[in-house]
Write a protein that binds this ligand. Sequence first.
Ligand SMILES: C[S@@+](CC[C@H](N)C(=O)[O-])C[C@H]1O[C@@H](n2cnc3c(N)ncnc32)[C@H](O)[C@@H]1O
Length: 252
Amino acid sequence: MAVDNQMYDRLAHTWWAKGGTLSALNTLIPGRFAYLDGILEARGRAYAGIDVLDLGCGGGLMSEAYARRGARVTGVDPSAGSLAAARAHAELSGLAIRYEQGTGESIPLLDGSFGLVSCCDVLEHVNDLDTVSREVARLLRPGGFYFFDTINRTWLSWLVMIKMFEEWVGAIPRRTHDWDMFITPDELRASLERAGLAVRDMTGLSIDPNPLRLAPAIAKMVLGSADRDSALAVMGPSPITSVVYMGWAEPA
Ligand SMILES: C[S@@+](CC[C@H](N)C(=O)[O-])C[C@H]1O[C@@H](n2cnc3c(N)ncnc32)[C@H](O)[C@@H]1O
């Protein structure tokens, strides 16, 4: 079933609403930064002063997180409604973030403009992964790097992301995802290599894999005794790459 990318316009009012459909993506942010902080530290860099492109920025959740850490941020997304929500919220927050309309396949920005291209929860929504990989490579300046997270195409991702989240629990709308558009780590690595980027690391982003903590978190969500955001808030870097995984790459 085709992915419904129009929902980011219809549901744009929920990006920053407490308990809203799209604001659930906030629960992924601490786990992403737990990983990213280590990459920057290993490279002797800080967020302050880095030009970040938040590709597929939606309502600007990650853009604002980067801006609060001192980065100069540009967000790009095809959804006009999401960009309007992002601009309005940045103004409310007093954050100077530039937002532009565009797709990952055709990014309306100059070559070599960014020290960090960040693309979170977007690659499984694009039509042409190879073109996006080439666009990312084009936009990175020497010494820059690419941070991504996306969803693996496995039986477990079908069970968790399609059956559990969309159909049984209803935590996310139907057709948020199309299992056929999920990307295995090997497919992503090969696409990046074709674009001249070398993957340096990949790791999982999941709820705590310790079964003693994982089982009660899932049970609470299924039984409705915990709200979705508090159940998901235990997400972090993890050895489990079979649902959501993240990683980074740099020019080869
Ligand atoms: C699940 S949201 C993720 C938003 C944001 N990155 C975050 O983590 O909060 C997916 C986003 O990808 C955007 N999108 C869909 N197709 C795209 C494309 N071809 N290029 C770039 N972004 C796209 C959608 O408009 C939406 O804002």
